[in-house]
Design a protein around this ligand. Structure first.
Ligand SMILES: [Zn+2]
Ligand SMILES: [Zn+2]
Length: 458
């Protein structure tokens, strides 16, 4: 592959100078070997992206491809001649506008997603393409991945000191070996993440938090090396997962502290810590159980009140449901509220569990109702729904009055009396009672009649 190489320096975010390469190749086919000492390599391919063009494997390499073929060595010479010579260490410098545009509309292939687009790199301007932006993005990405690999490397060796040289291929092999030995039935998530990395994914695409990756690796190691302790820790952690306190809870401060203590990395380092972990967990759990029991009692007594309020709103829902069937009144209203109302009424109104607190030794929620600790309050939801129903009913009554008044005035008598009874019904219970099917049919017919002029206009 014919290539031309330029050295290019950028400053990283700590102010250090990082030397890298910008390389011009006729076409990118994946066989290119970047200089191992370069902190980044930007390849300018003269051929566009084709089907089957491989992505680079190294994190610090980016391949820039134009939208359609360009001739770069000539273009670079041409640009240099017209702008005056530049140092060979400054990269390919300015590009003619048509070449620049072709790259801007082209693509940048990297091993993993970068938050930078060809349009941001190949901007027209006096300073030439922004290779520096691309280089810095590559450096940042590479360092982030390195931190992940270091964490994995350390987690594999703990409590011994990890080998200082990081070989990604070797580490993937070790992870593969660990997966083959560990009884992973109880650690589905950790083993899924670790096997993605073992299978060739970048750690950054699995979980960009080095500490989380280290926990996954340590988790699998604990399952191999001290299974009983590992399973106990798994149980405590899954209990904690469900026992997450809601905002403003007294447990908000204790929770992160306890979670931090329940660490597989710590267990790998110091196996005897399992006793301390159990104690820390038990301190949290007993406080949690007391709070949960209070919440449980409050929740169910509140629910009783809500159910009573909901039952009082039944006539409103009934009347609204009936009026909604009169299509001549217009689109039905408060449909969502009617549905939510039915759902709220269907909610259980009590829990059979007598004493909740002792039951929380073996599980984080009540064995009978499984009330979630962070459950949303039903009270505000019920109030909103009832308000919505009342507004909806008022709207339908207004529609009914305005649409039917002219029709009814022409008729008078018993019909008028009956109609006024409906429209004026201030007490919703009365309205619901008078709104039987016979009356609905009457209203429906009435709304279908042509408007008759009132007697005084005749
Ligand atoms: Zn990678
Ligand atoms: Zn319960």
């Amino acid at each position: 592959m014919a290539e031309r190489r330029f050295h290019f320096m950028v400053q990283d975010d700590t102010g250090d100078q990082c030397p890298g390469d910008i390389v011009i190749v006729s076409a990118w086919n994946g066989t290119f070997k970047p200089d191992p000492h370069a902190s980044f390599t930007i390849v300018l391919s003269q051929r566009p992206l084709e089907h089957g063009t491989p992505a680079p494997t190294a994190d610090n390499v980016a391949i820039c491809m134009p939208a359609s073929s360009v001739r770069l060595p000539a273009a670079v010479r041409e640009a240099r001649a017209s702008y005056g010579g530049e140092s060979p260490d400054a990269g390919p410098g300015r590009l003619p506008l048509r070449v620049l545009n072709s790259y801007a509309e082209g693509s940048i292939a990297v091993a993993h997603q970068l938050a930078i687009t060809p349009r941001e790199v190949f901007v027209s301007g006096s300073a030439g393409p922004r290779y520096d932006l691309l280089a810095r993005a590559l450096i940042a990405r590479t360092r982030k991945a390195e931190r992940c690999w270091r964490a994995i490397n350390e987690a594999l060796s703990r409590p011994d000191v990890a080998p200082s040289r990081i070989d990604e291929g070797q580490l993937r092999g070790k992870l593969e070996h660990l997966l083959s030995k560990a009884p992973t039935a109880t650690a589905a998530e950790a083993s899924a993440r670790v096997s993605m990395i073992a299978g060739g994914s970048s750690p950054l695409d699995v979980d960009s938090r080095p500490a989380a990756l280290a926990e996954d690796v340590a988790h699998l190691r604990c399952l191999c090396e001290r299974r009983t302790d590992a399973e106990q820790l798994e149980w405590m952690r899954s209990y904690m997962e469900e026992a997450r306190p809601h905002d403003g809870s007294q447990l908000e401060d204790d929770y992160p502290y306890t979670i931090e203590q329940l660490s597989f990395v710590a267990l790998v380092d110091q196996p005897h810590l399992i006793d301390g972990m159990r104690a820390t967990f038990e301190v949290f759990r007993s406080t949690y159980a007391k709070q949960y029991a209070t919440l449980h009692a409050d929740h169910w007594s509140e629910t009783k009140t809500i159910q009573a309020t909901l039952k009082l709103a039944r006539p409103t829902a009934h009347a609204l449901g009936k009026l909604n069937t009169l299509t001549r009144l217009g689109e039905p209203v408060a449909i969502d509220e009617l549905q939510a109302f039915d759902e709220l009424l269907r909610q259980p109104s009590g829990c059979s569990q007598q004493d909740v607190e002792p039951a929380l030794v073996s599980a984080p929620t009540c064995p009978a109702c499984h009330l979630a600790f962070a459950d949303v309050s039903l009270a505000s939801q019920a109030t909103d729904v009832i308000e919505g129903l009342e507004q909806g009913l008022a709207e339908q009554q207004t529609r009914l009055a305005s649409k039917a008044v002219h029709r009814i005035l022409g008729q008078g008598g018993a019909k008028l009396e009956r109609f006024l009874q409906i429209v004026r019904a201030a007490d919703l219970t009365d309205l619901a009672l008078v709104l039987d099917d016979q009356l609905l049919a009457f209203l429906d017919e009435l709304l279908a009649e042509p408007i008759s002029a009132p007697p005084y206009e005749r």
